[in-house]
Design a protein around this ligand. Sequence first.
Ligand SMILES: Cc1cc2nc3c(=O)[nH]c(=O)nc-3n(C[C@H](O)[C@H](O)[C@H](O)COP(=O)(O)OP(=O)(O)OC[C@H]3O[C@@H](n4cnc5c(N)ncnc54)[C@H](O)[C@@H]3O)c2cc1C
Length: 471
Amino acid sequence: MRPIPRSSRFANGGVSFWFRDMGLPERRPSLPGAADYDVCVVGAGYTGLWTAYYLKKAQPDLRVAIIEREFAGFGASGRNGGWLSAEFSGSRERYAESHGKSSMIALQRAMMETVNEVVAVADAEGVDADVVRGGMRLVATNAAQQERLTAEIEYLQEWGYWPDDIHLLAHDHEPRLSVAGAVASAYSPHAARVNPAKLVTGLARAVADLGVDLFEDTAVEEIRPRRGAARPAVVTGHGTVTADHVVCATEGFTSPLRGQRRDWIPMRSSMIVTEPIPAELWEKIGWEGREVLGDAAHSYVYAQRTADDRIAIGGRGVPHRPGPDQDGSTQPQEIAGLWRALTRMFPDVADVPVEHAWSGMLGVSRDWCPSVHMDADSGLGWAGGYAGSGVAAANLAGRTLRDLVLGRRTELTRLPWVGHKVRGWDPEPLRWAGTRVVHGLYRTADRRESKTEDKGHTSRLAGIATRIARR
Ligand SMILES: Cc1cc2nc3c(=O)[nH]c(=O)nc-3n(C[C@H](O)[C@H](O)[C@H](O)COP(=O)(O)OP(=O)(O)OC[C@H]3O[C@@H](n4cnc5c(N)ncnc54)[C@H](O)[C@@H]3O)c2cc1C
């Protein structure tokens, strides 16, 4: 492999390129001491912020606090690929099993409306997050991927996507997006490109302006359920906050929290971004529509053309034991893998230096299904497990948590991910071994499919991996 060109400004970590570009925010004050609220939210990512936003909008006199260990957007919400899309990661069959197929279709339609909702609220609140409603483009670069992409579209059209919502594109489709070796592509209008850090920072400002007390630099050590007359409580080194309801919105960071169920394990996703790409290369590539772009590989990638004409691309990296996620740095083999994917898709970009690499934690449940919960007895609520598709889903979860906290029975609280029961993860080291095996099998399947060793069909290895992962 030729050496990866690195920018003189190259950085690895530093939370994310998005934050480095706009500057890390000045931290808000930490919790001054013991306090009492109607609702206390733990974690200031999209889930926590949207929950607080909609609660305060619905009931302005509600006393709402958010307790954040670092600063708003420090987690996945300030590091992601900026796909605001209607993609939903859970198994449709599992939700349909408990609630019926029409209920799952309602959830998918709600995800589509959520893309509009986020764009509309960002607009109304004056949040400039470089939003472009360009839709989503998926490309297949070999026969097996083409077969899978076609089957996926047929499948989605049975589960709430109508033909206008996702379809295959003609080869000469305009606006052009030239991906090397593409043999098929599909399009959905239900997506927008965003700058994730601008979105989360603007949302935090809007939430604070509404009168929510947002405390940063305050680590929550334990979340206690209601016990008899003792109200639910959030324990920090700065004092304990009691509240009628506590919402845990820490997704990929949840497992170390005392008193939290271990429904979600942390998985890492990594990204790289190039320097701005010269205009003459953009003329070759096209991508005037600024669609968010993905592929149909098993170890898939997600990409966007940024507001300042770079390419940011990410993917599930090599699994390694997640340690404390301080600065979001990523490993050399992940950078190399992403650069290979980038230059396979866009060979002309091979001389454009990579300027930044970073990673973040997302939360994955054992059945890969996201869920939203509010337990009336304990007073505790939580949402997450979005498995890498959380930018829009966190907004839908936030609106749903609003209704659950306020005791409203609405069409949102009837959606099948509300109260979805999640089986616990296997103990270590089984879980670790399983993750590595699945990762290896998917990688090998992709390699075999690209060489058509599997005669243009999805590799059997991928089927084995999916069964092990129980997705
Ligand atoms: C690299 C990457 C790329 C991704 N790309 C996309 C994409 O393009 N599209 C998409 O839909 N999804 C994507 N995702 C997933 C998406 O970003 C997440 O699902 C979503 O941001 C989750 O939001 P959240 O608020 O639930 O969690 P987070 O944003 O992780 O927020 C949790 C917050 O809790 C705080 N916290 C943790 N522990 C404590 C504690 N003990 N006390 C107080 N505070 C605490 C953290 O500091 C953090 O701010 C990506 C994720 C990653 C990592």
